[in-house]
Write a protein that binds this ligand. Structure first.
Ligand code: S3P
Length: 427
């Protein structure tokens, strides 16, 4: 599709769409809890709908009246064998987290997805889950989907030092540990998003967290809850960058979830010299807020270490931000970007360089030399929603020429109304 180019003065207010990570988990917890869970502001993006459909396939009654989703959970033992293989679409969160849930069932499940899912590494989840007594295997002796998960009602607890910083892996182990016979201990490599831990507590479970160490006893019974999903800071990120780099802009972003394990991008914008105001509106447990972003002069910085998991999904659009900053920005410790929906290190460097940026891909990140004007080009999202949205924001800077985006449809994975929302900001 042809992208909108050459904008100045983005102005207006956006109600940020609901958080993808929390939406997935609200269906999962609802399905394994006992009783009714109601979910308001569920993200109806392709990924979360894959999770919803997966649990329907596993026999859970889930109703959607267009506003509220109601999940009628009967506990983990209430799940029944799916009649056919479950399609997770493009969703890494679905396939990884559901593996931990299925580990405790007394049946086998097959999981498959699109061609990107068929390349996502799964040993990171299958190895610990198999250590707990389930039998998971990939396609043709590899670690890649389609996967078969043969569960067991007698899962063993695990003591696990995580080799990768991954909330998906941690969450899969937590779901299995909730069903195991005894106490599990998980030690994170770096602290990652903690929505699963929050929701274990919210659904009446017990979990002890001390820094990077998590202790959880199984088996536990959870109880259905009322969930209200806040806006996704990973979706807000595109407007935070647009508002910073498009001349003469001021954008207000409402209802953005501000869980501290997700707010690395706000720290980066501040360090680069961005004009950002945060007005907190949520309560202590569910931090949320209104963000106001204005155009500013930016400078290059170094981004690495513990902050990386707190902005991992925002790195493609942060790289774009850095193309408009004076000086060099170095992103390191971000090798996980290579195994996302696409290899995001290569995708960001290749596509933005086509538009005139000066970005060097490295083994664990990117080196971005700013400030560079951007020009028209033919670009692709590689079927990756976040690359697609980042390229539309980049296109807004293009003064002459056109930007043609291939595979724009991927954007509906996390933000179906992206183009409509952006449209509200044009003069
Ligand atoms: C997610 C965890 C992250 C993130 C993904 C969502 C989650 O993946 O990139 O978009 O909801 O747990 P990893 O666990 O692979 O880092």
């Amino acid at each position: 599709m042809e992208l909108v180019v050459n904008q100045i003065g983005l102005n207006g207010e956006i109600d940020i769409p609901s958080d993808k990570s929390i939406s997935h988990r609200s269906i999962m917890f609802g399905a394994i809890a006992n009783g009714k869970t109601t979910i308001k502001n569920f993200l109806r993006g392709d990924d979360c709908l894959s999770t919803l459909k997966a649990f329907q396939d596993l026999g859970v009654l889930i109703e959607d009246d267009g506003e509220t989703i109601t999940v009628h959970g009967k506990g983990i033992s209430g799940l029944t064998q799916a009649k056919k293989a479950i399609d997770v679409g493009n969703s890494g969160t679905t396939i990884r987290l559901i593996t931990g849930i299925l580990a405790g069932t007394d049946f086998s499940t097959e999981l498959f997805g699109d061609h990107s899912i068929a390349k996502r590494p799964m040993n990171r989840v299958m190895l610990p889950i198999n250590q707990m007594g389930a039998e998971c295997s990939g396609h043709d002796g590899t670690e890649f989907p389609p996967l078969t998960i043969k569960g067991t009602r007698t899962l063993k607890p695990i003591h696990y030092q995580m080799p990768v910083a991954s909330a998906q892996v941690k969450s899969a182990i937590l779901f299995a540990a909730l069903q195991a016979q005894g106490e599990s201990v998980i030690i994170e490599k770096e602290k990652t998003r903690d929505h699963t831990e929050d929701m274990i507590r919210q659904f009446g479970g017990e979990i002890a967290i001390s820094g990077k160490e998590i202790r959880i006893k199984g088996p536990q019974k959870l109880t259905g809850q009322e969930i209200n999903v806040p806006g996704d800071i990973s979706s807000a990120a595109f407007f935070l960058v647009a508002g910073s780099i498009i001349e003469n802009s001021r954008i207000i972003l409402n209802n953005v979830g501000l869980n501290p394990t997700r707010t690395g991008i706000l720290e980066v914008i501040e360090q680069m010299g961005g004009k950002l105001t945060v007005e907190e509106t949520g309560n202590k447990e569910n931090k949320a807020g209104k963000l106001i972003i204005e155009t500013s002069d930016l400078k290059g910085i170094e981004i690495g270490g513990e902050i990386i998991p707190r902005l991992i999904d925002e790195l493609p659009v942060i790289a774009l931000l850095a193309t408009q900053a004076q000086g060099t920005t170095i992103i390191r410790d971000a090798e996980e970007l290579k195994v996302k929906e696409t290899n995001r290190i290569d995708a960001v460097a290749t596509e933005l360089n086509k538009m005139g940026a000066s970005i060097e891909p490295t083994d664990d990140g990117l080196i971005i030399h700013g400030k560079t004007p951007l020009h028209g080009a033919k670009v692709t999202s590689y079927g990756d929603h976040r690359i697609g949205m980042m390229l539309q924001i980049a296109a807004l800077l293009v003064k002459s020429g056109t930007v043609e985006l291939e595979k724009a449809e991927a954007i509906s994975v996390s933000y179906p109304a992206f183009f409509d929302d952006l449209n509200k900001l044009y003069q």
